[in-house]
Design a binder for this molecule. Structure first.
Ligand code: NAD
Ligand code: AKB
Length: 321
């Protein structure tokens, strides 16, 4: 039987770095090829193969898949919600064409599995605000949300039409300390941790009472790998699974951080990202993922806050770099 050989596309991003590191622990360094538009990544340097690659260049991507004898692709390259609203055409183009390029190549080369993340951004103002279910009204208002919704149905289409194994999670806002965030609305939470440690003063771009679904990165990485390793017969959702652990507001996060850093101050100056946040649910019902393949989070707000403050490098910017 052929050995698993994984290509991670977008490996230098917020999720990509940690997912690549974890996959390398499981599958072996040489069997996980990191790739990104960026030429290198200091956190991945010397840990395994890294290729500079544009997912929009289908021929080059195809050559890499054949040359490296790839059997699975994790596609993480995308433009997120806040950056997407600044350049909707670019976001649509990358988020859609990048996915279609990967799905076509995976079909033509008969790859074993593809992973592609969706987001809670698929939901819109008409979706239920609390405990938003797996199947419900889905009318996204952001270009990012529209691209994720369309992407989910392309994944479903390739499963049913070509019999492919494509798996997906609707991640909530992810919080992490290794690699900075890439331009999302939930990035405020990461910025708050950085500024609490560096300046002890943070101006939040969302209102204090804006509740959003969130998750700590170790839970998200574990969920991704557990989904990908689950037996095919346990997978009933071929669009994308709701997945949840936390729901908090900027004020609640501030109060939790203040327990650890008592002289930390916050002020609020909502900008265009408030509209995006207001269009999303405050919490998610992920019972289908729990029932199908046993999803269970490990981190609550207090445990995540302690771990973030312990591990976050002091005096560093929160931007992805
Ligand atoms: P990110 O912006 O941090 O990383 C994306 C990476 O893709 C970057 O390193 C970038 O250089 C690379 N990239 C961009 N264009 C490329 C191209 N043409 N070819 C190859 N690489 C390219 O994003 P992330 O936060 O790691 O998100 C990864 C995926 O997870 C995205 O699909 C995103 O929508 C989804 N997601 C993320 C979150 C979150 O909170 N981080 C939540 C929900 C869903
Ligand atoms: C964003 O805010 O755009 C992302 C997401 C929830 O998809 N973090």
């Amino acid at each position: 039987m052929a050995k698993d050989k994984i290509l991670v596309i977008g490996a230098s991003g917020q999720i990509g770095v940690e997912l690549t590191q974890e996959l390398r622990k499981i599958y072996g360094d040489a069997n996980v090829v990191a790739s990104d538009l960026r030429e290198e990544n200091s956190l991945l340097k010397g840990t395994g193969p890294y290729v500079s690659l544009d997912v929009m260049n289908k021929e080059m991507l195809h050559v890499q898949v054949i040359r490296q004898r790839i059997t699975q692709i994790y596609l993480l390259a995308a433009i997120l919600s806040a950056t997407g609203e600044k350049n909707p055409a670019l976001a649509w183009n990358l988020n859609m064409q990048g996915l279609l390029n990967v799905l076509d190549i995976a079909r033509d080369e008969n790859l074993d599995k593809v992973y592609w993340p969706s987001s809670i951004a698929v939901f819109g103002p008409t979706s239920p605000k609390r405990a938003c279910p797996q199947q419900t009204i889905i009318e996204p208002t952001t270009v990012y949300g529209i691209s994720k919704f369309a992407g989910e149905f392309w994944c479903n289409y390739y499963c049913w039409r070509y019999g492919m194994d494509v798996r997906s999670l609707r991640y909530p806002g992810l919080i992490s300390y290794k690699s900075g965030p890439g331009g999302g609305t939930t990035d405020y939470a990461i910025e708050m941790f950085y500024e609490a440690k560096a300046e002890k003063d943070y101006t939040c771009f969302l209102k204090e009472g804006t509740y959003l679904p969130m998750m700590y990165m170790p839970d998200a990485i574990r969920a991704t790998i557990e989904l990908m390793e689950a037996p095919a017969e346990k997978i009933s959702v071929h669009t994308s699974y709701n997945i949840a652990s936390l729901s908090f507001s900027p004020k609640e996060l501030y109060e939790q951080i203040k327990k650890e850093i008592p002289d930390f101050n916050i002020s609020y100056q909502p900008d265009y990202r408030q509209n995006i946040a207001d269009s999303w649910p405050q919490s998610i019902d992920d019972s289908v993922a729990r029932n199908d393949w046993g999803w269970q989070e490990q981190y609550g707000l207090a445990a995540m806050t302690k771990d973030m403050l312990l591990n976050l490098p002091a005096g560093q910017q929160s931007a992805n770099g």
